[in-house]
Design a protein around this ligand. Structure first.
Ligand SMILES: Nc1ncnc2c1ncn2[C@@H]1O[C@H](COP(=O)(O)OP(=O)(O)OP(=O)(O)O)[C@@H](O)[C@H]1O
Length: 608
């Protein structure tokens, strides 16, 4: 920011109330123009502001189209900022007026025109009103559309400051934009905030070649908190505690694409789950970020580092847990002795931070370039399915993440219907009891529903594995008959050895499927032709499916020591379903009673 821009942004923050929205230097509308500031208020409209730090004696000449400036490098000709601001404002009007929901209705006096007033103006941050009036600048910069240096001081009266801004409007009339209308305004102005509803896309905006041509009736756009997080490029470490389905991965995807344009050094995205890493890698590649952004599971990354820097790669002979522990130990040792260089990445982002061990954080934090020091950790304690209770208590500072004061909590779940979320919440009630935590711990946050409605989750009893398989396949056929894509359907199993009858039945019915039963199949889960996905609940973490089946509920939580761990696992499984959730069991016991109670409780509460 120039010093004038900084002062103006401080004044906007101080002198405007909380229901104003202000954007600084953000590309705007279909032409992606970049005005200095856009100020928006739901009951007043919007204004575009250009800020100039020019001193009076640096303006050699000015007319309605351009300005000649005396600079250290000689004379420079630039556009007249007022005409620039006007062009930007008219482009915004043009984009918004195309949307019938933002136009005055046909039988009203201003039929077809924008439902809110607008204005544009110039901020001369180094010229006082007196200086301005002593010149003929007012002939080309209308005086009421200019804010001068002495009108934007710290001590300026808030009411005066606001009336200067709104005095820039040519026409003022009453408007009161509803929340959906405000969202539509943001949808048009900032296409990158659009949440696309493609399957398993984490809401990332459309890739190239999939531009939205028609304006949908129901639009989906990041909420303001998500937008602020996605755009906050600032240096330093940042932690987002977000409930299941609150858009953490979507924000991460957005920041990757944003940072890929802004940074020279590569960006590293790490998660725990191989399947999630593969899906995210694919989506970012479709959006042209493959070269600059590497997405891997943590262990894949360790292996890559050891291979790239010719360090010793352990053999995978003594079991997977021993192998991965050795992989991590070797990577830490290689970094310590300088064989793997530190500071390789312009930014490091960690999805599923709740499944990371403290020493993993310590290792990864060293990988970020100290000049940008940009580290983002996404975390949801309720989904931590690989850790023991005692391991969960740690502070971010103790693992090298300095995020005090830069921690955000996202409570709103957008993924699940109210019915699915309510059942998952009732089921996992004990895990979600909010607990006090200081700014640097990992708070437990209970999700709140964004309110989308759908069918109540189902609990179905079948007599054996074959009956379960027949039932699931029948329901898959129903879903497909109703238009659901195969890849939007998943069966979440407890162990990969559990699904033989299901596969046999799918094959008998000619339904394509893919099992994530090896590392390579996990990586390729979404790459091939459309197919039903069979994944463990573990591997489903981070993903989402329109229709989700969870068989053998009676096999979860059967021993006392597994109850909490399995409850977490099932909470993760249930919150994968965006529309339909069907759970099955053969016997009573395990988690069956708890799920039944949760469904009945929610059913009664919603009926009341
Ligand atoms: N503001 C929003 N409006 C509409 N849909 C949204 C919004 N934010 C997120 N979503 C949708 O919510 C779903 C969940 O998003 P995402 O996968 O990023 O959540 P998450 O926090 O990473 O979840 P989890 O931790 O459970 O994996 C996606 O389908 C996304 O499109």
């Amino acid at each position: 920011m120039t010093s004038g821009e900084r002062r103006l942004s401080e004044r906007l923050e101080q002198k405007l109330e909380d229901d104003y929205l202000c954007w600084y230097d953000v590309p705007l509308g279909p032409q992606q123009r970049q005005p200095d500031f856009v100020v928006f208020h739901p009951a007043r409209g919007f204004v575009v502001l250009e800020v100039k730090d020019w001193k009076l004696d640096s303006i050699r000449s000015i007319d309605r189209a351009s300005v000649e400036l005396l600079t250290a490098l000689g004379i420079k000709r630039v556009s007249n900022p007022m005409s620039q601001a006007r062009v930007y404002a008219l482009e915004v009007v043009d984009a918004l007026e195309r949307d019938p929901a933002l136009r005055n209705p046909v039988d009203t006096p201003y039929a077809g025109r924008l439902i809110m007033p607008y204005g544009f103006g110039v901020v001369l941050s180094s010229i006082t009103r007196k200086q301005f009036e002593a010149t003929d600048l007012g002939q080309v910069l209308e005086p009421h559309k200019v804010i001068c240096q002495d009108e934007m001081t710290d001590s300026a009266d808030a009411e005066d400051f606001q009336s200067r801004i709104w005095g820039m409007f040519s026409h003022v009339f009453a408007c009161k934009l509803s929340l959906p209308q405000i969202e539509r305004v943001r949808w048009h102005l900032f296409p990158e905030l659009r949440v696309s509803s493609g399957q398993g896309q984490f809401g990332l905006f459309d890739g190239p070649g999939h531009k939205t041509l028609e304006i949908p009736d129901l639009i989906k756009v990041m909420d303001i908190q998500q937008e602020m997080l996605a755009r906050s490029l600032g240096d330093g470490h940042r932690v987002i505690h977000g409930v299941a389905g609150s858009g953490k991965t979507m924000i991460l995807g957005y920041r990757c694409l944003y940072l890929a344009r802004a940074l020279r050094k590569p960006i590293l995205v790490l998660c725990f789950n191989v399947t999630l890493a593969a899906r995210l890698r694919e989506l970012l590649a479709e959006r042209g970020a493959a070269e600059q952004v590497s997405v891997c599971s943590f262990h894949e990354w360790c292996r890559d580092m050891l291979r790239t820097y010719h360090a010793n790669i352990p053999r995978n002979s003594g079991g997977y847990a021993a192998y991965t522990a050795e992989l991590v130990a070797q990577t830490i040792a290689s970094v310590e002795r300088g064989q793997i260089p530190r500071g390789q990445y312009g930014a490091v982002m960690i999805d599923e931070g709740h499944d990371f061990e403290p020493e993993w954080f310590q290792l990864v934090v060293q990988m970020v370039d100290p000049n940008s020091n940009s580290v983002l950790v996404l975390y949801d304690d309720a989904q931590s399915i690989y850790k023991q209770e005692k391991q969960r208590k740690f502070s971010f500072a103790s693992v090298g993440i300095q995020a005090q004061g830069r921690t955000t909590i996202l409570k709103l779940n957008y993924r699940n219907t109210l019915e699915i979320l309510s059942v998952a919440k009732a089921f996992a009630d004990e895990l979600l009891n909010p607990q006090e935590s200081d700014d640097d711990g990992a708070p437990i946050v209970a999700p709140e529903s964004a309110g989308r409605r759908g069918p109540l989750p189902e609990l179905v009893q079948c007599k054996d594995d074959w009956a379960e398989a027949r039932f699931i396949v029948e329901r898959i056929r129903d879903e497909v008959a109703q238009g659901r894509a195969l890849s939007d359907i998943a069966v979440l199993v407890q162990h990969m050895s559990d699904h033989r009858p299901l596969i046999t039945r799918l094959e008998e019915c000619g339904i394509p499927y893919l099992c994530a039963d090896s590392q390579s199949r996990k990586r390729a889960l979404f790459e091939s032709a459309p197919s039903v996905k069979i994944v463990t609940v573990y591997s489903s973490k981070g993903l989402e499916f329109g229709a989700t089946f969870i068989p053998r509920l009676d096999a979860y939580g059967v021993t006392h020591d597994k109850i909490d761990a399995d409850a977490r696992l099932l909470y993760v499984g249930m919150t994968r379903a965006t529309q339909r959730l069907v759970m099955l069991h053969q016997a009573e016991g395990g988690m069956v009673g708890r799920v039944r109670e949760s469904i009945n409780g929610v059913s009664d509460a919603l009926a009341a």
